[in-house]
Structures are given as structure tokens and as C-alpha cells.
Design a protein around this ligand. Structure first.
Ligand SMILES: C[S@@+](CC[C@H](N)C(=O)[O-])C[C@H]1O[C@@H](n2cnc3c(N)ncnc32)[C@H](O)[C@@H]1O
Length: 306
């Protein structure tokens, strides 16, 4: 059903009532506010409602959704970007802006996104950081296609490389070496604990790709692979920004302590708009020779920010 909706329903939406995510009512011309609906429009609204009654997420019904001011095409089963992830993007932007002198001098930053989905994170960073370039990887074919389509829609395709890649495969980092080293890695990985999957809303379970959500027993399966490959790809003192479950700051901290060979420090934990610790800044702690010392902050003990 999702396929037939994405090809027919979304097209008919574009021909019909022009709904814009975010402010659908205000986007109607005032003369339409009191005008009775035509039979075609009524039938069309019934059609939309029937998809919603089947618990299809509104983002898939509309076929597009706003993220950081960008309108992105949405197609099931590619993961729908969540509002919390906008906070992750804002944090990355803050950190990059604080170091703008260095970033400008280097003509960057060069960013790697693991698990790009629709391209929400990568494309919003590119749109806000005109000097930046992104390498975006995902193991899902539908995600790779949609991220490419969104990059072209937003005319950002010249600054992004979208690469199909499963980061759990041995030597996956080797496929990325030709594009690096990178200034920072950002990811909203699959991090749901496997046992929590069945409690997700029907909208999620029936329409979104479980591969985008299920992080294994403790939600760490993909997170640990990202952390393990990061030191090979990051520039000296490069940073990793992750969105995680509130249980993960502790789990990731312990995991990093058990892997001193990676030389990665958890430097800051940030809370989301609900006050839950959801975002991590991890930094490579062993600069190598030739490193611009002020590229990223010197590692400090972990700090929980508001
Ligand atoms: C939670 S979604 C995030 C999508 C997008 N970054 C966002 O925030 O809207 C996680 C993404 O990781 C991808 N993914 C899952 N396992 C992966 C793997 N082993 N290698 C690369 N990508 C993977 C999924 O296909 C999915 O698109």
C-alpha cells in the first residue's frame, strides 16, 4: 500500500489542495477560507482521512515535511525526521560557528553523516554552512534514492556525496578513506533497544523501516560501529555528534572506557527539549602531529548541558 500511495496519492495531492506542512491553514488564499468544498475536494479529503485512519503518518500522506526550514520529500519506509534531531543539527551548527575561524581557514568543514535517511541532517547542515561538504552514507536503498532526490530538489547536490554503505561490514571505513579525513561525524543512528520496539506507535511499526530504528539488545549495535570506525576517519581532534536514547550516555561512557585504544572521550551530554539526555559530543583525544591545536576544543571531563 505504501508504494501505491507514494506514486498516486502524493501526485494527486500536488494537483489538488495545496497543503504545506507546518502552516496548512495559513497557506490557503483568504478567498478559499469560506468557499464550500467541491465534490472532488470532499472525495479527496475522505481519501486522505482513510489513509490516516489506517495509521499512515501524516508526513507520508502529504509526501513532504519541513526540517530546519527545508521542505523534504518523504516516502515510506524511509525514516521521518523527528523534531529532536533539529536540536542535534542546531548543536552542530553552534559548535562549527564557534570555530568558524578555523573552519573558514580550512575551507570546511567536511562532515560525515552515518545513516542519512531522507538527508534531513546532511542537507540542513549544507544549507546553513555554505563552505561545508558532506559525505552521507546509508545501508538502505530507498534512503539513498530519497536523499539523492532531496539533494537535487534543494540544489545542494554539488556539495554532497551519497554513498550506499553498511557501517557494520568489516572494513566499511576503508570505503570512506578516499573522501576523508573528516572534521566531524554526525549521526542519528538506529538506537531503540530491541525489547522496546514492539511498544512503538502503529504509525512507526507499520510504515517506517525497522532497520532505521532497531539498535539491537541495548540500542548500541550501530553506535558502537560508528565509534569504532571514527578514529580512522576523523581529523585530529575531530568530533562525533550523536542522537541517542536517554540510557545511552552512561552506556556509551562505559563502552568508551572499555576501548581506550580508540582515544575517544565523551565530552558533553546535552538534553532535548523534554529535558532528557539525548545528544552526545565525543571527541578524538589524541591529536596527531600537524594538528591545528585549536580546531576543536581540548577534551574536558563529561559535562551535562541543559
Ligand atoms: C534513525 S534513522 C535516521 C535518518 C536521518 N538521519 C534522520 O535523522 O532523519 C537511521 C538511518 O540509519 C540507517 N542505517 C541503519 N543501519 C545502518 C548501517 N548498518 N549502515 C548504514 N546506515 C544504516 C537506516 O537505513 C536509517 O536511514
Amino acid at each position: 500500500m505504501s508504494q501505491s500511495w507514494s506514486t498516486t496519492g502524493q501526485q494527486s495531492l500536488r494537483k489538488g489542495v495545496s497543503l504545506r506542512p507546518g502552516n496548512p491553514f495559513q497557506s490557503l488564499r483568504p478567498e478559499l477560507w469560506t468557499q464550500p468544498l467541491t465534490p472532488w475536494q470532499l472525495q479527496y479529503i475522505q481519501e486522505l482521512s482513510s489513509y490516516r485512519l489506517q495509521r499512515m503518518p501524516v508526513q507520508y500522506i502529504l509526501g513532504e515535511w519541513d526540517f530546519q526550514g527545508l521542505s523534504l520529500k518523504m516516502v515510506p519506509p524511509v525514516f521521518i525526521p523527528r523534531p529532536e534531531t533539529e536540536e542535534l543539527v542546531e548543536w552542530v551548527l553552534e559548535e562549527v560557528t564557534q570555530r568558524s575561524r578555523v573552519v573558514r581557514a580550512q575551507g570546511g568543514p567536511l562532515i560525515l553523516e552515518v545513516g542519512c535517511g531522507s538527508g534531513a541532517i546532511s542537507l540542513s547542515l549544507l544549507s546553513k554552512l555554505p563552505q561545508s561538504q558532506v559525505i552521507a552514507v546509508d545501508k538502505g536503498e530507498a534512503a539513498i534514492c530519497l536523499a539523492n532526490e532531496n539533494a537535487h530538489r534543494l540544489q545542494l547536490q554539488d556539495r554532497i556525496r551519497i554513498i550506499p554503505l553498511d557501517v557494520t561490514l568489516e572494513d566499511s571505513w576503508a570505503h570512506l578513506l578516499p573522501w576523508g579525513p573528516v572534521d566531524l561525524i554526525v549521526s542519528n543512528p538506529p538506537y531503540v533497544f530491541h525489547r522496546d520496539m514492539e511498544q512503538l506507535a502503529p504509525e512507526i511499526l507499520s510504515y517506517e523501516d525497522p532497520v532505521a530504528l532497531d539498535g539491537g539488545e541495548e540500542g548500541m549495535d550501530i553506535i558502537s560501529h560508528i565509534l569504532a570506525l571514527a578514529p580512522r576517519l576523523l581529523k585530529d581532534s575531530g568530533s562525533i555528534f550523536l542522537e541517542v536514547d536517554p540510557r545511552h550516555p552512561e552506556l556509551v561512557g562505559s563502552w568508551l572506557q572499555s576501548r581506550p585504544d580508540l582515544f575517544l572521550d565523551l565530552v558533553t551530554v546535552r538534553r532535548d527539549f523534554c529535558g532528557r539526555p539525548r545528544f552526545l559530543h565525543i571527541q578524538r583525544s589524541r591529536p596527531q602531529r600537524g594538528c591545528p591545536a585549536d580546531a576543536w576544543p581540548v577534551p574536558q571531563p563529561p559535562r551535562v548541558a541543559g
